[in-house]
Design a protein around this ligand. Structure first.
Ligand code: CMC
Length: 418
């Protein structure tokens, strides 16, 4: 990062702000000393224009639809790498050698054996509880099982949560479906997850599709859940508590919860006789709260590169599995109609990562309520990599400021006088 200075005038005083330039030429004004020097803060509700940190993990250019993990293009990784390789890359900055990958996989496998008694707690969750609620509670509960300091960014802490995440998620699916838990066949993270979540060992087509989907979800720079993980972790909360914050942020329908909402929307359109135009009109109507789920993105103002890959994968997986699903053709028609409509064109609203992923998850056999858990399973390497980066750099506690707009000082009135 190189630095030069920009001078601005505030209340007649010249303030010098350092310019920070990233390796992909992104430019930022460093305003850390602005308030001390001028009395001003910046205001940016929703962080539309605020960099909360600098990061060397993921590069995203929303105007051009570019997504790189540690310098590697997402399409390159989705085509050629495995999810565990990508997890290693995100965490440590480089692709692993054969030995490094084997050691990493062995460590994750060791940590996939959940602490004694933990599964009983998972079974005690009401099976009808939403899987994201079970995930947040489960991951937070895990923190009770370790005597060591789990707020340090050690490999031991990081591998513990990475290894445990998939079996915790698989148990959630089984609990949700009122099935007994099963043990892992020990054939790798993605294979084991599928084998534990379902009643039989998975087909190669399904393992490959799942691996690719997890890679596409693995990181996405400072989104709502990742910033939450960094924010919670900045108070030196332990890794389980920090990740639980991210899980809860992901659950919302404007973020990861959109994948469940997309499928529910497509099913609703199907049940409504496939009347796509009606739903497009509803999405455009400012008096109707309905939005086209799986459309639009805060950063992408061009195609989401992940959506392009997932759309192709959906066709491929459904063909290979011999599944005919009307929701896929509804999704394609909906995309076509929306992309030729001036409302969506003018606002740069394109399908995002959640638009087609649910169709693949459904074809594999996951219940709709599990979809956001699958997003979380993909995102866990991104969350821990950001958490590690934040702790390794000794970033200060996150504490935004505000502009106060409430009542000015007034006197307490006794209740008898109110
Ligand atoms: N359907 C209809 N109109 C939309 C949509 C949509 N899906 N998304 C944005 N708009 C309109 C919005 O009403 C606004 O119009 P106007 O300028 O006339 O007021 C304009 O587009 C800009 O939208 P915004 O809400 O100011 O944009 P944002 O950056 O704050 O929100 C978003 C981004 C993803 C929350 C939003 O596009 C959305 O709600 N999409 C549907 C939910 C969704 O698919 N979320 C998944 C996001 S990708 C994966 C992830 O992050 O987890």
């Amino acid at each position: 990062m190189s630095e030069n200075i920009v001078a601005i005038q505030l209340d007649g005083k010249e303030i010098n702000l350092p310019v920070v330039i990233g390796t992909e030429n992104e430019k930022a004004l460093d305003i850390a000393k602005l308030r001390a020097e001028s009395g001003f803060i910046t205001l940016d509700t929703g962080y539309k224009n605020t960099g909360a940190t600098s990061s060397a993990i993921t590069f995203l250019n929303g105007e051009e639809g570019i997504l790189h993990y540690r310098g590697y293009d997402i399409a390159d990784l989705a085509e050629n790498a495995s999810f565990t390789e990508v997890s290693y890359l995100l965490l440590y900055g480089e692709l692993p050698s054969k030995d490094q990958l084997a050691n990493f996989e062995a460590s994750l496998a060791t940590n996939s054996r959940l602490p004694e008694g933990f599964a009983d707690l998972q079974k005690a969750f009401p099976s009808e509880a939403h899987p994201m609620s079970q995930l947040a509670a489960g991951i937070c509960l895990l923190s009770n099982y370790y005597k060591r300091n789990t707020s340090d960014a050690t490999d031991e802490n990081i591998h513990t949560i990475l290894g445990a995440f998939a079996p915790v998620a698989a148990n959630i699916q089984r609990n949700f479906l009122n099935k007994d838990f099963v043990s892992s066949p020990g054939k790798g993270l993605v294979y084991d997850f599928l084998a534990m979540a379902f009643d039989e060992e998975p087909d190669e087509v399904i393992v490959d599709a799942m691996d690719k989907l997890l890679i596409l979800h693995a990181d996405h720079e400072q989104n709502c859940s990742t910033s939450t993980v960094r924010m919670v972790g900045s108070s030196h909360a332990n890794i389980f508590a920090s990740i639980t914050g991210g899980i809860n942020a992901l659950w919302g329908p404007l973020h990861g919860g959109a994948n469940q909402s997309v499928l529910e929307m497509l099913e609703a359109i199907k049940a409504d006789g496939g009347n796509i135009k009606k739903y497009v009109a509803k999405a455009k109507d400012k008096d109707d709260p309905f939005r086209l789920m799986g459309f639009g993105h805060r950063v992408y103002k061009n195609f989401d590169p992940r959506a392009k890959i997932i759309k192709r994968a959906a066709d491929n997986v459904l063909n290979k599995l011999g599944v005919k699903d009307e929701t896929l053709s509804i999704a394609k028609k909906l995309e076509e109609i929306a992309l030729s409509d001036s409302y969506f064109v003018e606002r740069n609203l394109y399908p995002n990562v959640d638009f087609y992923s649910g169709i693949i998850y459904k074809a594999i056999g996951f219940p709709t309520e599990m979809f956001t858990v699958l997003f979380a399973l993909g995102r866990i390497p991104g969350w821990v990599s950001n958490w590690k980066e934040m702790r390794d750099r000794k970033e200060p506690i996150g504490r935004p400021r505000q502009v106060y707009t409430g009542a000015t000082l007034r006197k307490y009135t006794p209740i008898s006088e109110r």
